[in-house]
Design a protein around this ligand. Structure first.
Ligand code: FUB
Length: 330
């Protein structure tokens, strides 16, 4: 696979969530990686980020504007550390930045901050979203205006610490790389958002991924296909595409369904492992083409926690399967 250039090299960026907002610009909301003496571990302590930048561009491959710091950990009353992968949404002329972070008890929750412009700045709500837990929020506003938040991540993302979808059921004995090895895999989570986009409007439910042949849930032991982290939702041709990272097998995979709440049927992989442990992406249509936004660790020479965002074009075949386009922007 030909190597692509990072969109920016003056800062480390990762976990890109891309959206085209009303003024027809492409906005990317990534994590902002930084240097740390913390050694790599399975809880991801080395991902010690403390602020977010927003980037925009008028065309893929054209100049990229860094809008600077739009939210800092120290400005969010409930946060102790680790501002991980964010996402953004627009509704009724306001912009919402969703972000995971550890609270003062070291438990990951999801917060929201509100801005008047896609490039921020964003003012955080004083408390995390009630009922939220784990990491990697991905927002999706459907054509009918209903908004959803997908989330969840294993190991350092703490998803395995919940035996139900009740945020108060946190069980610290499952911290670390301690996911189930038998039975059905743990699922990503989804909830509808309230009309003001600030809270969950429904109970949290499971994002089920089914085997295409047996229609049984993907097994916990099936690390090539089970959900690990990096949820993303997009819609193509009336179908809902739920895509995600398989974590320790380092694949970007996807599953399709007829409802934003699932169930979804496993459909294949989008991207092979990249340089670096994590893989995390988003998918968006911009200027008549579909794009995969992802990261790798090439900019730092392979240091897992110092990553860079890249872009590749994707296409759909006649059955709606995702393929990497042959000709790619550099
Ligand atoms: O960037 C920190 C974490 O690494 C993200 O939340 C995960 O998706 C993984 O990319």
């Amino acid at each position: 696979m030909a190597d692509k250039s990072p969109i920016v090299t003056h800062v480390y960026t990762a976990d890109p969530s891309a959206h085209v907002f009303n003024n027809n610009k492409l906005y990317i909301y990534p994590s902002h990686d930084r240097e740390t003496p913390i050694k790599d571990n399975d809880s991801g302590d080395q991902y010690d980020m403390n602020d977010y930048h927003v980037f925009s561009m008028d065309a893929v491959g054209g100049p990229v504007t860094d809008h600077g710091v739009v939210l800092k950990a120290e400005d969010v009353p409930w946060v102790s550390k680790q501002l991980w992968a964010p996402d953004a949404a627009e509704k009724n002329g306001k912009y919402y930045l969703y972000f995971p972070a550890r609270d003062k008890d070291n438990i990951f929750r999801i917060g929201v901050a509100v801005g008047d412009k896609p490039e921020g700045p964003f003012k955080p709500e004083p408390e995390a979203i009630k009922g939220s837990f784990s990491i990697d929020p991905a927002s999706f506003v459907d054509d009918d205006g209903e908004a959803y938040l997908y989330f969840g991540g294993l190991w350092g993302g703490q998803l395995q610490c919940y035996s139900s979808n009740d945020a108060s059921a946190f069980d610290a004995s499952h911290l670390g790389a301690n996911e189930p090895s038998t039975g059905a895999a743990l699922n990503a989570k989804v909830a509808r958002l309230t009309p003001d986009m600030l809270q969950f409007a429904s109970p949290v439910t499971d994002v089920q991924i089914l085997d295409p042949t047996t229609r049984e849930p993907i097994a916990a032991s099936d690390h090539e296909r089970r959900f690990f982290e990096a949820a993303w939702m997009h819609k193509y041709n009336g179908k809902y595409y739920f895509s995600y990272s398989t974590g320790d097998t380092h694949l970007l995979a996807y599953a399709t369904g007829d409802s934003p709440l699932g169930p979804f049927v496993y459909a294949g992989t989008i991207l092979e492992p990249v340089v670096g442990w994590t893989t995390h992406h988003s998918i968006a249509e911009f200027q008549g083409k579909w794009w995969l936004f992802y990261h790798d660790a090439t900019l730092s020479g392979g240091r897992n926690h110092l990553r860079c965002v890249k872009i590749r074009e994707i296409v759909y075949d006649g059955e709606g399967k995702i393929k990497l386009a042959e000709a790619q922007p550099k």
